[in-house]
Design a protein around this ligand. Structure first.
Ligand SMILES: O=P(O)(O)O[C@@H]1C[C@H](O)[C@@H](CO)O1
Length: 296
């Protein structure tokens, strides 16, 4: 894995310029679809869609349940771009490549990033099928130096030492709670701390117990690097974890998790996740799309 790879400003710009030459959409909101949640893109109107393999500079998706398509379109009067498939560190991508689309989105004029993922729960009160608003994260790879911001800092995107407190926007979290109540789905909505581990194996029981003791509510293998890069370049972030399984914490428990089960819960809960995201986009305030290349 080339974790120290550096991507120049020009390379991000080239991809952004190519996309702007291929579509008239100028997105304000970007959505990253987690495992089994690719249907979020289906609701976009007037779609322009690009296979990752056709986009200059884009990495390729290799994981089942991640289609590998970038979809532009309109949703509730806002222009959106949706990643049907994300890149994970465990696929062998460098962290710069994993987060490559985020900086491209910034150059396209995006101001809000919505991240979604599938995650296993550690919190005792959570059930499979619950939807967790991400309040904060623990970036385990980041804590030991596997951070997409390592290497030369590109001041055009953000500062050398960015703050990460408050990286999940409080206003959007409150709005999502209100929306869940109005939609009658508040009983499946939770709020908590997401932890990223490297994967691709699921946790041992001892690891699960450690995460539980540390106050982790849900664990997954993505999202944190994307949010770090988004926060660095000034994007507003909202995140949802779909709880696809309870992480096994007991040696007496005979259940075990697998990726097919994760995708199945995604399918079962897709409608609710879609409703929440659609209403949130409808009701979030956005500045007019005049920030393309602003401060960059
Ligand atoms: O892309 P996300 O974080 O939703 O994917 C999760 C973590 C692993 O990639 C996979 C495990 O089933 O789902």
């Amino acid at each position: 894995m080339h974790s120290k790879e550096h991507i120049s400003h020009d390379e991000y710009q080239k991809t952004a310029d190519w996309l702007m030459s291929q579509t008239k959409h100028r997105p304000q909101v970007a959505i990253i679809c987690g495992s089994g949640l690719g249907m979020l893109a289906d609701t976009l109107k007037c779609q322009d869609s690009f296979a990752y393999s056709d986009i200059p500079g884009f990495p390729q998706s290799t994981v089942q349940g991640h289609a590998g398509r970038l979809v532009f379109g309109e949703l509730k009067g806002k222009t959106c771009v949706c990643m049907q498939g994300r890149f994970h560190m465990y696929e062998g991508h460098s962290l710069c490549k994993t987060t490559f689309p985020i900086r491209v989105f910034k150059l396209l004029g995006v101001e809000t990033l919505i991240v979604t993922n599938a995650a296993g729960s550690l919190a005792d009160g959570f059930q499979t099928g619950d939807i967790m608003i991400i309040k904060d994260h623990i970036n385990f790879p980041g804590l030991v130096g596997l951070n997409p911001l390592c290497g030369p800092n590109d001041e055009k995107f953000g500062p050398r030492f960015p703050a990460m407190s408050g990286c999940y926007d409080k206003g959007l979290r409150c709005l999502a709670m209100e929306i869940a109540k109005e939609l009658g789905v508040a009983s499946v909505l939770q709020e908590g701390v997401y932890a990223m581990v490297g994967g691709p194996n699921f946790e041992t029981i001892a690891e699960a117990r450690l995460l539980h003791r540390l106050g982790v509510d849900a664990v997954g293998m993505s999202t944190a690097p994307e949010v770090v890069v988004a926060t660095h370049c000034g994007l507003r972030v909202f995140g949802l974890s779909l709880i696809t399984n309870k992480v096994v914490k007991s040696y007496e428990d005979t259940e075990s998790v697998n990726h097919e089960g994760v995708l199945e819960i995604g399918r079962l809960r897709s409608h609710t996740v879609q409703q929440l995201v659609t209403e949130l986009i409808d009701r979030m305030e956005i500045n007019n799309n005049d920030n393309i290349n602003k401060s960059i």
